[in-house]
Design a protein around this ligand. Structure first.
Ligand code: IPD
Ligand code: CA
Ligand code: CA
Length: 268
């Protein structure tokens, strides 16, 4: 019998091919909010994923970004982002993915992130490690923040309220740099496979981070809230890294929360 992960991989591959086909054709976008884009690819991918999941697991709940999911009291919940990185997608910038993850009785147990342009399939099962295209992956061994390459993201909804630029500046000044690729799931996958050493973002949704958080944990990394507290999947914020630089990042974050800047911003 196929495992939950096998089924999720099969569905992500199918949805990824669909999304890649829309990408090749180039399609218009609509606005959900002032700067919050959505496309027919988001909706078609979600319809496909929800249909397949419901067929395989009729009793499971589905929480999907575009609202196509349904509730259930089974204790099994799938988190679905049918197209993570929609703004990139809509601009022809090839950095997006399809991601889904399963939570069983409050515990993430399986997760998939599929980038159909680069044909990269990231998978993780609780207690069984993390993989990229079937090969085991691990977080980096960078032990000092000063030698780290890190990533962050900014919300498209109510972006004028985001405090992240303060964190971005400080961490940017104290590392090799901060990348902002526009896809939270890819950022998380990159930490899991060691291409990046850390990632944080304020204002995420569970479908953005469920699979990626499991992937990072199974690749040997660490995750928490922005003050070092236990992470809540249904909360908005997430910090992940290779585990070796976690405390250093939290120290900087604590300073920024208090309004203390180690590196003052340049005067204009
Ligand atoms: C967004 C992307 C982006 C992140 C935003 C997410 P979407 O997801 O992951 O990188 O900064 O917070 O909402 O809307 O493209 O699925
Ligand atoms: Ca997303
Ligand atoms: Ca999305």
């Amino acid at each position: 019998m196929a495992s939950y992960l096998d089924t999720a991989v099969e569905i992500a591959r199918e949805a990824g091919a669909l999304v890649a086909d829309f990408f090749a054709r180039g399609i218009p976008f609509e606005l959900k909010g002032e700067y919050d884009l959505v496309t027919e690819a988001d909706r078609a991918s979600e319809r496909l994923i929800v249909e397949r999941l419901t067929r395989h697991f009729p009793t499971h709940a589905i929480v999907a970004e575009e609202g196509g999911g349904h509730e259930s009291a089974s204790g099994y919940t799938w988190y679905v982002d049918p197209l993570d990185g929609t703004t990139n997608f809509a601009h022809g910038f090839p950095c997006f993915n399809v991601t889904l993850a399963l939570e069983q009785q409050g515990e993430l147990t399986a997760g998939v992130i599929y980038d159909p342009i680069h044909k990269e399939m990231y998978t993780a099962e609780r207690g069984a490690g993390a993989y990229l295209n079937g090969k085991r992956i691990h977080v980096s061994k960078v032990a000092k923040l000063a030698n780290a390459l890190v990533a962050t993201g900014f919300p498209s909804r109510k972006r004028h309220l985001s405090i992240n630029i303060h964190f971005y500046y400080q961490v940017g000044m104290l590392t090799h740099g901060v990348r902002r690729c526009g896809s939270a799931a890819i950022d998380l996958a990159f930490v899991a496979c060691g291409r990046m050493d850390a990632f944080w973002e304020f204002g995420l949704n569970p479908w953005d981070m469920a699979a990626g958080r499991l992937l990072v944990a199974e690749a040997g990394g660490k995750f928490s809230g922005m003050h070092g507290e236990a992470h809540q999947l249904r909360g908005p914020d997430l910090l992940v890294d290779n585990g070796l630089i976690h405390e250093e990042i939290l120290e900087i974050f604590a300073e920024v929360f208090e309004g203390k800047y180690r590196v003052p911003m340049a005067k204009i």
